[in-house]
Design a protein around this ligand. Sequence first.
Ligand code: 5GP
Ligand code: SF4
Ligand code: MG
Length: 465
Amino acid sequence: CGVFGVIGVADAANFVALGMHALQHRGQEAGGIIVHDTEKGFNSAHRFGYVRDNFTKASLMETLPGSLSIGHVRYSTAGSKAAVIRDVQPFFGEFSMGGAAIAHNGNLTNADQLRRELIEHGAIFQSSSDSECIIHLMARSFQKSHADRIADALRRVEGAFSVVAMTRTKLIGVRDPLGVRPLVLGRLGDNGYVLSSETCGLDIIGAEFVREIEPGEMVVIQDGKIQSSRPFGETGSRFCIFEHVYFSRPDSIIGGRSVYETRLQIGVELAREAPVEADLVCPVPDSGTPAAIGFSQESGIPFALGITRNQYMGRTFIEPTEHIRNMGVRLKLNVNKALIKGKRVILVDDSVVRGTTSRKIKEMILDAGAAEVHFRIASPPTAWPCFYGVDTPDREKLLAARMTEDEMRDWVGVDSLKFISLDGLYRAAGAAQGRNNACPQYCDACFSGEYPVAPSDQLAKGFEM
Ligand code: 5GP
Ligand code: SF4
Ligand code: MG
């Protein structure tokens, strides 16, 4: 998901809509905006579909006046996969000290237990979302300010959260103790501040990047002033390495590093680790493109656009059902036959999850008359599910959980299939010495099976680490 918030500018909702549009790659199912205006109070709109199809309509934006606003773009990782508008954030609650709204990116790993406990104590849930627990936990806190109640609530939850919240007068941002999901702070105009999942959300509205919210940090912004605190005490840092590989936009800056540069370097590392003789290096668009450029640069094999993507389709993986996902590859991608015929082709993609994409693309490339097909994958084998906000399927459905690299090569049906090593990925992401196995710099649980936060709901359901 993507979260965004603005304080201290007229018509804040317009900026929030633009920020959400820039974060649309983080969630395409639905979006929501909440605003507060000193005269008109709180107002909100929650809609299915793209931001540009909903939140640019003057008639809708006129219902969202105010100088303080937050928004959320949704990608369902927890809660119902069916389209239910009640699951669309931000969520709002009335408290003794006034209303407050929250938008959450990430996944809470103890939400089932919390929900059960809260319902037993009288909470009435509106949605199937894990994030709603935060509102109910706030309601049960005895703290006097919203911010303290949010801190209380977040001390009870486990897992990954980047939260953007608002009250009548404050914009609040918090990152979980390990900072698994991103969140950045920007400045807008003389008095305005912005919180965004990624820096590309600042760029679109001309906001100036100030800094990242740190892992375990809470910021409370009011009247042009920022108060920072550490509600969880001293914490470490385990940012999601898959944000660098796939999830974030390539024009975003994370941890002082360009996502594009990291992806390019992944291609360079891959070309060193798994070289192969071939005529062309082709990306699987769009997510494989920067790595393919790096692979081509390092290997000297020409880069070519052998596969064209239909620009009017969304990301296949984000479509929530298996059926749509299966259709997706052909609806979205087509091979340039004139270019591919008779060639030995290296295809670079960001990841293999179920293997559906790779297998379909191999078919299309062979149909087009390729002489050889070699897959190079910009992440290590995805052998474990993510419980922190990326929608990976159950372990049994992950190709790499069931097969060795050679078995995957044969199952996909290509001449070779190689993944970048975990160390190679760390080097590409800026860790010169590779992964520090005693104390890894990133979360890489989907590749290593080392979960930095125990997924307690899953363990209770029988998941074995
Ligand atoms: P598969 O077809 O192997 O199940 O999925 C791999 C494809 O899904 C890749 O082309 C990758 O770009 C795409 N993808 C889209 N969203 C995600 C995501 O959230 N996680 C992963 N691992 N891959 C994704
Ligand atoms: Fe990111 Fe993988 Fe960790 Fe999930 S398990 S947070 S996708 S690195
Ligand atoms: Mg892809």
